[in-house]
Design a binder for this molecule. Sequence first.
Ligand code: CA
Length: 359
Amino acid sequence: MKDRLTLLLYGNASGDCRIKPLLMYHSENPRMFKKNNVMKSKLNVMWRANMNAWVTRQFFTEWIHEEFSIMNFNTQFITFTVILLSAQSFTLDAASTLIYKNLKLKVANAEMVHTSQVRSIINLRDLLLKKAKYSRDCNELLQRGFTDDGLYVIQPEPLDKTPPIVINCNMSYDCNGGWTVLHRNTRQSEMTWNETWTAYKYGFGNIQGDHYIGNQYMYYLTSQKWYKARVVIDEEKNGWTQQSYAEYDIFRLGDESTHYRMQLGAYRGGAGDALATFENMVDNLPFSSRDNDTDGDAANCASKYGGGWWFNTCSENSPFAMLTQKENIHWNPFCQNCRHVVLLVKPVSMYCRSEEMTQ
Ligand SMILES: [Ca+2]
């Protein structure tokens, strides 16, 4: 049939799908609709989405069900042709859904959140009920009054490219809290860390346990402001746990075209500068995974060591520092088989006087 009705829709960065009040009749003679007694409720839906649009047919269908309680949407009950505008479309292909009391929220990394953890996401309910705006990082959440450690949903910039992500916030750590957790690993981790480029790009693991938030999100996060990073390391010595940290006053990743090249500022702390010394300079080097060898060595360092990292060479038995390994987390010279490590970032503008190191 040549005659059709077009309804314009758009999906925005918060995962909403809204109908714009713009209806267009496509007909040589619009009166044909009336003349032929076209029943709008009994025509097939045609679907024409921009291939790059983040709002998929499945998402739209779910949204229609929730908003209008229209059942059997796929089977002849709606009348219009749907054309999706891609003006605000996400380029990421890894979107998934959090479900809480029949409400759904599209996030990039729902697979990193166990079903039982969804209700513990502290700001989820407010976001679903549209009582709160998205924050860009944990520090903004803290400034809005969220003081509990735990899971939150944030949305880094640019908002037209990044779906919201679930993140772990440390609101109580040194420097008045507000730290965004990017990576965590423990000596007894069940994860192998021997993952692909795509896994390291979009993240893996459990958001409340050992995990890697993903290079793409590290890139988005650290591009929106200037961030400092801390590697906080727990080590067991003589039966006692000793904690130390390495802080870089600038930390940011380039985009994927640079292979997530890491940029580091000046070092301070007690754990030792394991990333930007003469012996080991991985500052400004690209990231490598077992299926994407960008290191400067003839060998494949990521395959050799069993994890993705910013490698210089891999001629040694072990790299100078590597936090993405199973049972061999190390940070020279502080520890060779570290007990626990976490990578945190926070905007550099948040000045604080750190606690003195006890090392
Ligand atoms: Ca190589």
